[in-house]
Design a protein around this ligand. Structure first.
Ligand code: ZN
Length: 323
């Protein structure tokens, strides 16, 4: 079956980067700052996290403390999400995709997708990126899509959506698997303590078929994909974070590289940094922007921090397909 929407079908120009922005600049700590211990679990956890929970000293943290979601838990989350969506006012804001794209000397394609800040003008952010010399800046607005309430059915490798959740590329192209059944993505965190990367990794890793790990400032593992997560004061150019991915569309079509950038220059007000990190890591795992404005993968940063039901179900199904 196919649940893809038309605009998704045509998105050979994948997209990966999320930007978000807001108010005044704060003297927030950068990547080199000290990292205090994180002691609280984030939204979405049902088990008790390790205590203490150090960000800086937790290489290859044991994810067994955060078990995979069961089929029942996933189905419950999907029902809950759809009920909440049905109870919210009709969505009128268009879904915005702001991307840059560049063909590298080796023929690979680099794509960044930006998630804008609340209040940011997409046109101005696009102009700012062009002024910075970013290649092939594209701003696309999609009218709100009618809900696609597909049920729990087997997914083909070319399916690109589940309900309001969408994949980054369509047909799907995912991480090269380096000889494994599923690719292993290791999030190599260099970001400041204000960015709860640990929390976001654990949340997404509860999705069946996702093999991701957290490590602090170190990635010399073999047979894994290292994804660097960096924060800094990048200025108020209209984005809070973005994810840059590189693809080999000429041959395998697969993603083989990703970087996440988190912007300290916007203080959280109508969004949370947990939301931003969770959103960007969702891109890394292959999710595009969700079509519902209440979702963590909405194109603008918001207060949502849980991964919802349709997002993990889409990932579970996609990564269960052998390729
Ligand atoms: Zn995004």
């Amino acid at each position: 079956m196919s649940t893809a929407t038309d605009h998704v079908k045509n998105s050979a120009a994948v997209a990966v980067a999320a930007i978000i922005a807001i108010g005044a600049n704060l003297a927030l700590t950068g990547p080199a700052a000290a990292h205090p211990t994180i002691t609280k679990a984030g939204v979405g956890f049902t088990s008790t996290p390790p205590t203490p929970w150090p960000k800086a000293t937790s290489p290859l943290t044991n994810l067994a403390d955060f078990p995979k979601l069961t089929e029942t838990q996933l189905a419950t989350a999907i029902s809950k999400e759809r009920a909440e969506r049905a109870a919210t006012p009709a969505q009128t804001d268009p879904l915005v995709e702001l991307t840059t794209q560049e063909t590298l000397a080796d023929g690979r394609t680099r794509v960044s997708i930006y998630s804008l800040a609340p209040g940011a003008d997409p046109e101005k952010v696009a102009d700012s990126l062009r002024a910075q010399g970013k290649k092939n800046v594209q701003l696309v607005r999609h009218t709100p899509a009618s809900p696609i309430e597909s049920g729990p059915q087997p997914m083909a490798s070319t399916d690109c959506a589940y309900g309001q959740a969408r994949t980054l590329s369509c047909p799907n192209a995912w991480w090269t698997n380096l000889g494994r059944t599923n690719p292993v993505v290791l999030f190599n965190d260099h970001s400041g303590a204000q960015w709860p990367v640990t929390d976001a990794v654990y949340k997404w890793n509860r999705t069946p078929n996702i093999d991701s790990w957290y490590t602090w400032n170190n990635c010399n593992q073999s047979n894994v994909h290292c994804v660097d997560v960096t924060s800094g004061s990048y200025g108020q150019g209209g984005w809070i974070g973005y994810t840059e991915t590189t693809w080999n569309w000429g041959t395998s079509g697969a993603m083989f590289d990703a970087y996440v950038y988190l912007n300290d220059s916007y203080p959280p007000s109508t969004f949370t940094r947990n939301n931003v990190v969770t959103h960007e890591l969702g891109h890394v795992l292959g999710l595009n922007h969700n079509q519902w404005n209440g979702d963590v993968m909405w194109w603008k940063a918001n207060m949502r921090e849980d991964i919802g039901g349709e997002n993990p179900e889409l990932l579970r199904q996609v990564y269960s397909v052998d390729r």
